[in-house]
Design a protein around this ligand. Structure first.
Ligand SMILES: Cc1cc2nc3c(=O)[nH]c(=O)nc-3n(C[C@H](O)[C@H](O)[C@H](O)COP(=O)(O)OP(=O)(O)OC[C@H]3O[C@@H](n4cnc5c(N)ncnc54)[C@H](O)[C@@H]3O)c2cc1C
Ligand SMILES: *[C@@H]1O[C@H](CO)[C@@H](O)[C@H](O)[C@H]1NC(C)=O
Ligand SMILES: *[C@@H]1O[C@H](CO)[C@@H](O)[C@H](O)[C@H]1NC(C)=O
Length: 495
């Protein structure tokens, strides 16, 4: 026993000695190449290391602040040679704080210095730096030729995580996911080389990056298809408030009706996207966007929704110009964000459920969901259930040959979100998933990559996010492109 302890002590000592040596090596390497970096003793370090989700904080060994692709290449080469783990940080909004490494002691490459946006006036393809936030992206492409892209609504979210792991907004059933707009990428590979990846050059890497970029490289530039920004879109919102919290029957029947409407070809096409929002303060809203006029919405979709037994408390149907609409969605006066010093945070645990269109949600699952959220919750929580599928959906018009993105057959995607810093809150949110999933045992539910849930093992995460076929393919590509697992987080490929 004593010998064993002694041996363990010696091994730990050796490990920390070799870690200290590696730190020295990586510092020399970065210094020799003049890569801009911040170490723990730098006055800027604490702010730069701060995660969006304050529930999960990590201490990177070194934070790299590249202003050129060469800096990214040099940093990755140093990390790869010295045995460091690397993650890029774009907007820093990872639910699991993986852009802080997902552990202490990683190299974080903060891409905030790569923030240019240039729309080619001939092709209308936008070249966008890997550190650009969504609000600046939307405003940037609009200012350069009135262009638009489909993506989520929070202006502070970064392109790097959002576009490479899906990216849903209320334009997605019309224009596809954010990811679907990517036509090419500039990417730094584990060996430090910078390559272009598109459907003909490095096409297997291009496939893998769109779904699993965190495991395969650092994207320095995105090339994105854009759409002409619509002159006007229709925002709609129906609020039932606590009317749907009074009886299980009303709650379940209303949802089942909305699900039927969502599958009805005579009312639903690609031009509409929406989600249902509910929370612990008894809110229940259906809100979304229609690429058409309020008159058309009122004449076609609205009456079919209102055929539900319970009348909403309030209905808003209103046309907005493009930027006005984006501001409304984000609930801000300006969608632009500072390039440096972004400082918004939350302390939370969230997870997701993807519901296959072949099954939808059953009465049993909805009843069970209702019962669960009607207990006294220990935390403040909300659930958003977005429509991905249904007639004409351009999210589901693609398959897994297009990109390493598996979620192309969901009707609904749930986000279950709790403001919490402790296990009680985590347990409560896990309970929402269980209430639904356990009540519908025949269905194969999955999970959505951009709501990454750190409580899953890598194996479970791969199964839920990618499924078996994609996992096998991605593991093989990982061995080929990053055999030392330099690009690492707790759920990356190549553990
Ligand atoms: C307030 C809020 C609102 C949200 N709203 C929506 C929404 O409406 N729709 C939706 O779909 N999702 C939404 N999300 C989820 C969001 O899409 C994800 O959290 C997303 O991954 C964040 O991207 P990021 O660049 O900010 O994250 P980061 O934390 O910077 O990165 C996330 C992961 O991607 C990797 N990565 C980042 N950049 C690169 C790069 N250039 N190259 C390679 N790997 C990279 C990181 O290493 C990390 O593993 C929201 C999140 C928050 C916090
Ligand atoms: C559409 O219907 C809503 C709700 O009844 C109403 O407030 C709005 O004025 C209508 N808009 C048009 C253009 O008919
Ligand atoms: C689909 O919508 C049409 C038009 O509102 C309606 O007449 C029809 O009953 C709906 N079908 C179902 C199955 O609800």
């Amino acid at each position: 026993m004593k010998l064993e302890l002694l041996a363990n002590g010696l091994l730990a000592g050796l490990a920390s000695a070799s870690f200290a040596k590696r730190t020295e090596q990586v510092a020399d390497c970065l210094g020799n190449k003049n890569v801009p970096v911040k170490w723990e003793n730098s006055p800027d370090y604490a702010e730069l290391a701060e995660t969006f989700n304050l529930r999960l904080t990590y201490k990177p060994k070194v934070i790299v602040l590249p202003t050129t692709s060469q800096h990214v290449q040099d940093a990755v080469k140093c990390a790869n040679n010295c045995g460091y783990k690397v993650q890029a940080r774009s907007g820093g909004h990872s639910y699991a704080s993986y852009s802080a490494g997902g552990q202490d002691g990683s190299m974080v490459i903060n891409l905030q210095g790569l923030h240019t946006i240039t729309v080619d006036s001939t092709t209308n393809v936008a070249q966008v730096g890997g550190g650009v936030r969504l609000g600046n992206l939307a405003q940037g492409v609009f200012d350069q030729g009135k262009r638009a892209i489909s993506h989520g609504t929070c202006p502070g979210v970064g392109i790097g995580g959002h576009f490479t792991h899906g990216g849903y907004g209320h334009t997605s059933r019309n224009w596809g996911l954010a990811l679907d707009h990517i036509v090419a990428l500039d990417v730094v590979k584990a060996d430090g080389t910078l390559v272009k990846a598109d459907s003909t050059t490095n096409s297997d890497l291009f496939w893998a990056l769109r779904g699993a970029a965190d495991s395969f490289g650092i994207i320095t530039n995105f090339y994105l298809n854009t759409h002409p920004a619509p002159e006007s879109v229709t925002y709609f919102s129906l609020s039932w408030g606590n009317k749907l919290y009074g009886s299980q029957e009303d709650f379940t029947n209303t949802f089942l009706h909305l699900q039927e409407v969502s599958l009805n070809k005579s009312v639903i096409d690609n031009r509409i996207s929406y989600g249902i929002y509910l929370d612990g303060a008894a809110a229940y809203n259906l809100g979304g966007t229609f690429f058409g006029t309020p008159e058309e919405f009122n004449a076609t979709v609205l009456p079919e929704i209102l055929r539900s037994a319970i009348a909403p408390n309030a209905i808003v149907v209103q046309a907005y110009d493009w930027i006005g609409y984006l501001k409304l969605m984000s609930d801000v006066n300006s969608i632009e964000e500072p390039v440096e010093g972004y400082d918004q945070h939350d302390t939370f645990f969230a997870k997701s459920i993807t519901v296959p269109e072949s099954d939808g949600l059953t009465k049993e699952a909805l009843d069970s969901f209702y019962d669960y959220i009607h207990q006294d919750a220990p935390i403040s929580w909300f659930v958003i259930i977005n429509l991905y599928g249904g007639p004409g959906s351009n999210i589901n018009s693609k398959d897994t040959t297009f990109a390493a993105y598996n979620d192309r057959d969901s009707l609904w995607v749930f986000q279950n979100y709790g403001v919490t810093s402790d296990q009680t809150g985590i347990d409560f949110i896990n309970g929402i998933n269980d209430a639904i999933i356990d009540a519908q045992p025949e269905t194969h539910f999955g999970a959505y990559l951009n709501y990454v849930d750190p409580t899953y093992s890598a194996e479970t995460a791969h199964e839920l996010y990618y499924g078996e076929e994609l996992t096998t393919k991605l593991e093989a590509l990982k061995g080929q492109y990053d055999p030392k697992s330099t690009f690492w987080n707790p759920q990356a490929f190549g553990q």
